[in-house]
Design a protein around this ligand. Structure first.
Ligand code: GLU
Length: 317
């Protein structure tokens, strides 16, 4: 049987979803459904977990009409798979131990020939003796022995996109599998061939595509969608006012009204979500961040007090 493919939304359960997260989820659902794909939700709980947030997020998504076609998986339950893949990379000589502290890495990046955010390979060629000595002092992180400096992907919204690829971390020194490895393995294991997520992750896509290629896994289609920002151009956060479904419910706003505001911000007719499908056209989507003024958002009419902003390099690299 032909594989149908799938899209996904993969929140980190760190708190309630805000309007920007909800809009990204709506877009991921629309992209998947409009291309005949299944839609999955995955909980990325290797890091940044707040007790209770997972249930809240799933309820918030459900309130907008977004549910997973397969049981929701949690990254914290996949460690066997992650370690297995790490073992395969190790066997191919593609992993090395790194003893650098955060401080070592940032000092190296700010040194005369350093590149900000780019690991310069300090621990790449340590001898076995040196590694044995260093292990007594600090538990190592595991890094990818990358054979490239950069990698390119094709993004459905941003077009061809190239970013640096360094020897990025695969397993942190506290033993936690790094996001870049987990996301690549999970997307492949779940048959996800379309990744729609916030534009803040566009920079990570080349690293992930390179890693997938090394592991012999297919590279998904990418669409990095504009973030929601405040009037000052900062990424939307809970402290910016009434930006979650719960906050808005306290102001008497129903999830259906919130969905309408999100759809209107995308130039789409009001909900339910399924009825926006026929009008959905990725080519017509706003390419600029969504400016959200929570105080004004629902104040006068169903027309949102938000508009595409001037581009800001903070949110769309
Ligand atoms: N868990 C990530 C986040 O909530 C998203 C990762 C992804 O979509 O690849 O920011």
């Amino acid at each position: 049987m032909a594989v149908q493919g799938a899209g996904r939304f993969a929140p980190s359960p760190s708190g309630q979803l805000h309007l920007g997260n909800l809009r990204t989820a709506v877009l991921a659902w629309l992209f998947a459904r409009s291309t005949g794909r299944r839609f999955l939700i995955r909980i990325e709980d290797l890091d940044r977990v707040r007790a209770g947030a997972e249930g809240e997020q799933l309820a918030e998504l459900a309130a907008l009409g977004i549910a997973s076609d397969s049981p929701v998986i949690r990254q914290s339950e996949q460690s066997g798979r992650y370690e297995q893949a790490l073992g395969r990379l190790l066997d191919h000589g593609l992993v090395y131990e790194c003893f650098c502290t955060r401080r070592d890495v940032s000092d190296a990046a700010s040194a005369p020939h350093g590149r900000p955010g780019f690991y310069p390979g300090t621990c790449r060629e340590l001898s076995e003796g040196e590694r044995a000595r260093r292990r007594l002092e600090r538990r190592p992180a595991l890094r990818l022995r990358s054979a490239v400096d950069s990698w390119s992907v094709e993004d459905l919204l941003a077009g061809p996109f190239t970013a640096p690829v360094d020897d990025f971390v695969l397993r942190r020194n506290d033993g936690v599998i790094a996001y870049n490895l987990a996301v690549v393995l999970d997307d492949a294991a779940q048959g996800i061939d379309q990744v729609v997520r916030g534009a803040d992750l566009l920079d990570s896509a080349p690293r992930q595509a390179y890693l997938a290629t090394l592991l012999g896994l297919p590279v998904p289609a990418y669409a990095h969608v504009p973030l929601a920002v405040t009037a000052e151009g900062r990424r939307l956060a809970k402290r910016n006012g009434a930006v979650t479904l719960e906050d808005l419910a306290e102001l008497g706003r129903t999830p259906a009204e919130v969905l309408d505001v999100i759809l209107a911000s995308l130039g789409l007719p009001g909900g339910p979500l399924g009825s926006a499908l026929t009008a959905f056209d990725p080519a017509g989507l706003p390419r600029k961040p969504w400016i959200v003024d929570p105080a004004a958002l629902f104040s006068t009419s169903a027309v949102p007090a938000c508009k595409p902003s001037a581009p800001t390099d903070k949110v769309f690299p």
